[in-house]
Ligand binder design. Sequence first.
Ligand code: SF4
Length: 139
Amino acid sequence: MTRARMPRPHEVDAARRDPRLLRAVDERGLDPAWRTRGACQAVDPETFFPAPSEPADAAVALCRTCDVQGACLAWALEVGDCHGVWGATTPRERRAMLVAWRAENGTADRPAEPLMLPLIRLIAPPRRSVELAPVGARP
Ligand code: SF4
């Protein structure tokens, strides 16, 4: 497994202005039932976890049609999930957003990704991990 590099300052600056992040800030915590309304409920979860060499276009395109993408992205940023597509963002995009998100929330000293998440996914693969899923059909 390769380690992702830290986002560069210009990437974090761009992330701060990204409309997807601004929407996540606006919608975080507003809809506790957002998982039940995701556009991905009937879609194969593998679509949202492409291999690093594969495009994530199909998942991102579906997310862009989703009514709860702001809440979904807010959740992914809150838990520090840097795997898969959430709220129309790729892991690389989200790493830069995470720096901006944590700076805004005063949690900038937290690690880029909680150590437990990869471990949880190893123990309980995404398909079976209901707690980590944005919607019923996703992990
Ligand atoms: S991953 Fe999130 S934004 Fe994308 S379709 Fe599912 S619930 Fe919606």
